[in-house]
Design a protein around this ligand. Sequence first.
Ligand code: NAI
Length: 334
Amino acid sequence: MDVAIFSTRRWDREALTAAAARPENAELSLRFLEAGLSPGTASLARGCGAACVFVNDDAGAATLEELAGLGVGAVVTRSAGFNHVDLDAAGRLGIDVLRVPAYGPDGVAEHALALLMTLNRRTHRAFNRVREGNFALDGLMGFELRGKTVGVVGTGKIGAAACRIFLGLGCEVLAFDTAPAEDLQNAGVAFVPLDELWPRCDVVTLHCPLTPETHHLVSDRVLAALPDHAIVLNTSRGGLVDTAAALAALRARAIGGLGIDVYEEEAGLFFEDRTQQGLTDELLAQLVALPNVLVTGHQAFFTREAVGRIAGTTMQNLRSVEEGSAGACPNRVG
Ligand code: NAI
């Protein structure tokens, strides 16, 4: 079976090529494409049994209709999140959607901690200062995490890993999830309603999926409810935070800092080297100009271990499509 692999970069071409070389994947022929999937590029999957996509590809209804017209029977995403795929349209068109449900929650939770530690202890600023021979400490004062309150929103695989990290650092961990986990409660996590969580947090970290209910979960109302020193972390999906409201809150000193690995308007921007164009996104440019903001370009998942697991599970998913058993695959969504 031929597979059109959209939005590939060197690192995932290498990992997928290595995984495809295993004997059990001999029937899969990978067609690597740099282009992202969209209604305009769907025709690149002509002759393929599956389109393999990444987080910023557009697998909305219009694209899926194009794919269905070409006889492409499956969309296989190299991600855990699947908010970029219109599941209703896929169901209607008979397109199977498969994902990589778990490839290493620790890496993402650890990246949230990296964002926090950098913002809190200003190591990004210290790095630049020391290189210029500036050893002054002004502006670098942070706080100790032990005893501070961290709010974790969404306690699935990644949120649970985050809870354990913060418990290990001696923090009080408050959490909210639509389905609270008993093992975390036993470990010392206190599940509270969201309205109770926001005002008590020194740090908030988001780990729930992006859905119509969670879109702009961190709104101007929530930003106003947070303590004015609170640091907000988002390694989940950009749409969880109303970015314009967050910029206004940062400027008004209504929150203490913002660490984001994901951005509402990241599609077409992240994963690209745009050095020559500079920062053309006005909102992002204004955010990164602030000293208490740290933005990374959707790299929380990006560890050696996770990239290898993503490639392995993606091959399994493609095999199930090739063998006609995608309908029963546990990685199928929708
Ligand atoms: P998961 O499915 O294991 O956990 C999600 C949790 O969110 C579940 O416990 C669910 O009950 C909860 N939830 C659902 N709706 C909620 C709501 N309205 N309020 C609060 N909680 C709610 O997912 P996992 O693997 O932990 O991933 C979480 C998110 O992280 C993904 O949806 C994905 O968007 C993002 N992600 C980001 C990566 C990055 O590189 N930045 C890498 C991998 C995932």
